[in-house]
Write a protein that binds this ligand. Structure first.
Ligand SMILES: O=C(O)CCC(=O)C(=O)O
Ligand SMILES: [Fe+2]
Length: 275
């Protein structure tokens, strides 16, 4: 009997992103790193994405001329602000206020992302992450990456990497990311594509990440990887404990994404989403 793509992945024959209907419980498979990513092509149109970029420009949210920063964030980042919980939660409140009007008359890409995540987890409740007193985290973040910006091999995990224990999201064993491509770095070419390595982070891997020698480690150990080729309007989810990277943006078009982090545990009936 022919194998389903999920079984192929589980048998390690072929580790590649799968569509949401290609495995029975895609988030569980992601948690086990049986699959590298869940890929949902064209959840909105490139025209929707372009309108969003135009809106950011109209609202003065893109990089002004003369500004040398290679990354502009629209939203609240727990990674950057989490050291000061009060400041983080206050910033998140501002993001909620900003997003309440930012998409007026356009497709709301944050709701779109949450809806698709909910579709992958019919038996769990997808919610914006919150502290026990109800205060909300930022719901999602737009990241605009300009020429030379790169993410070298890394993981994202509120406990394993950031060692933050004073946040409610620390209760989730697994952390995923959801990334909606809003604009490709090079709209005429192949763009800049993320790579996911078939390697879950451990303390033993950390020295190779810290030394910038993960590629040598991966080659020596036969760690396979896959690329996730995205067009504007494509959404993907991956396990952020898998070592991943995004090569440097080249050219004049910034790479723009809408990104979230996701807290997941097989035995938790809630899924928390934040940025
Ligand atoms: O932009 C992406 O596709 C992934 C970015 C990433 O790894 C991160 O923001 O931590
Ligand atoms: Fe990451």
């Amino acid at each position: 009997m022919p194998r389903t793509p999920y079984e192929e992945n589980a048998a390690s024959a072929w580790w590649r992103p799968v569509g949401p209907d290609e495995c029975a419980d895609p988030l569980r498979a992601l948690a086990r790193a049986d699959i590298p990513a869940i890929l949902l092509p064209q959840v909105c149109t490139p025209a929707d994405c372009q309108q969003l970029m135009e809106r950011f420009g109209e609202r003065g949210l893109l990089r002004p001329p003369g500004d040398e920063r290679t990354r502009i964030d629209i939203g609240t980042s727990l990674g950057n602000l989490g050291r000061d919980q009060e400041a983080f939660l206050a910033d998140a409140e501002e993001t909620h206020a900003l997003f309440a009007t930012l998409f007026a008359g356009l497709l709301d890409p944050v709701q779109l992302l949450y809806r698709h995540l909910q579709g992958l987890a019919p038996n769990k409740a997808v919610k914006t992450a919150r502290e026990r007193d109800g205060r909300l985290y930022g719901p999602a973040i737009f990241r605009i990456h300009y020429e030379t910006h790169a993410y070298s091999p890394h993981i994202d995990h509120v406990v394993l990497r950031e060692k933050r224990f004073n946040y409610e999201v620390a209760r989730f064993t697994h952390q995923f990311a959801g990334v909606l491509c809003v604009q490709n770095a090079d709209s005429a070419g192949a763009g800049v594509q993320a790579a996911l390595h078939r390697c879950l982070w451990t303390e033993e891997i950390q020295p190779h990440i810290a030394a910038g020698s993960f590629h040598e480690y991966a080659a020596a150990h036969g760690v396979e990887h896959c690329e996730v080729a995205l067009e504007p309007g494509d959404l993907y989810f991956f396990n952020t404990r898998c070592i991943h990277e995004v090569p440097a943006v080249q050219g004049d078009d910034p790479r723009a994404v809408l990104a979230v982090f996701i807290g997941y545990a097989d035995d938790d009936d809630e899924i928390y989403v934040w940025s």
